[in-house]
Design a protein around this ligand. Structure first.
Ligand SMILES: NC(=O)c1ccc[n+]([C@@H]2O[C@H](COP(=O)([O-])OP(=O)(O)OC[C@H]3O[C@@H](n4cnc5c(N)ncnc54)[C@H](OP(=O)(O)O)[C@@H]3O)[C@@H](O)[C@H]2O)c1
Length: 303
């Protein structure tokens, strides 16, 4: 570009981007992307993220236990179908014609989760789905085998052995889980640092969805991604961010000597931060300061 005018250079860059976009859409034109669990919070955001990436609604197959909730997307041209992991008879019709699938993990329910997720995998395989991206758990990356990791490990193992290409989206704890504790800190003006403390790479649910959308495409077979926020956050960082967003003080104190050890979901396995969100989406993940600023009203309402 050395001898080009600025206008010519910009034209060349624009042409390159158009070509890239053209290639990307050519590669996905014949794809039918299933979002299984499309009316959940993460599922709904994933549908929005796919549309925002330019995937036409007609290329989406949105599966839910409550497909009527997806009427807006049906009007846009998406297929909306009923499907329940615990009712395997519902799944062949739900997944028919799909080429790639986002399998959203379910919560604890009437059937062991790996068994229910396995039903979805088998039906997807029978429907000739060629890739399944599964929303897994960050703890697995550091070798956690207990607690939240148990069902996700079993599901990952099933998917690896399914014969379908897999992609694991190992989501960290959602930032949303910190709204209620932060609201309580603001209401009481006090926060206690647990002992032991395991800072986590909290990530917004929206970032998890935005990172899921681009992996439903060629190039992500048999890969796993650690989907985290930009920093490890403990109680002090969370309290500081809540104070900054609201202007209210929080006195952060250590656990008193002799107090029993803190109990909770977290473990050293949550102490993971990666660049995957930025790598997959092209933008930096949301910081806790940005997240709390956007949820200020909720922070002040709860507690
Ligand atoms: N990383 C974290 O901090 C964190 C926190 C909480 C949960 N999670 C996990 O992440 C998943 C998604 O989170 P979320 O916030 O979107 O949860 P959510 O709003 O409660 O949604 C639950 C999801 O599970 C699906 N589902 C539940 N039972 C199902 C069944 N029998 N058959 C098919 N689909 C079923 C729902 O699909 P439909 O409603 O459309 O049928 C929906 O997509 C959760 O289910 C859980 O496994 C992660």
């Amino acid at each position: 570009m050395k001898n080009m005018t600025r206008r010519e250079a910009l034209g060349t860059v624009a042409m390159g981007l158009l070509l890239q976009d053209g290639l990307a859409s050519a590669a996905t034109r014949h794809e039918k992307i299933i979002v299984s669990g499309a009316s959940g919070q993460l599922g709904g955001l994933a549908v929005k993220a796919l549309l925002a990436r330019g995937i036409p609604a007609r290329n989406l197959i949105l599966v839910s236990r409550t497909p009527d909730d997806l009427a807006d997307y049906a009007r846009l041209g998406a297929a909306t179908r009923a499907g329940d992991y615990t009712k395997p008879e519902t799944l062949p019709a739900a997944y028919a014609g799909g080429t790639r699938m986002l399998l959203i993990s379910m919560g604890f329910g009437s059937m062991p989760r790996p068994q229910a997720h396995g039903n979805a995998m088998q039906a997807a395989k029978a429907a000739r789905v060629k890739q399944i991206a599964y929303t897994s758990w960050i703890g697995i990356t550091k070798g956690d085998k207990a607690g939240l990791a148990v069902d996700h490990l079993a599901t990952e193992d099933l998917l690896r052995r399914s014969g379908v290409a897999w992609t694991f989206l190992r989501n960290s704890l959602y930032m949303e889980t910190q709204l209620a504790p932060a609201a309580k800190m603001l209401a009481t003006g006090k926060a206690v640092i647990p002992s032991p403390e395991y800072p986590a790479g909290y990530v917004s649910r929206e970032n998890c969805a935005e990172a899921a959308a681009p992996v439903l495409a060629p190039g992500h077979d048999d890969k796993s991604y650690d989907i985290t926020g930009p920093a490890l956050l403990g109680v002090r960082e969370i309290a500081d961010a809540a104070s900054k967003a609201t202007g209210r003080p929080i006195n952060v104190v250590p656990t008193p000597a002799g107090a029993p050890p803190a109990r909770g979901f977290t473990s050293p396995a949550v102490e993971v931060v990666s660049t995957a969100v930025a790598d997959l989406t092209g933008h930096a993940p949301t910081t806790i300061e940005e997240f709390f600023a956007a949820h200020k009203a909720q922070l002040l309402k709860q507690g």
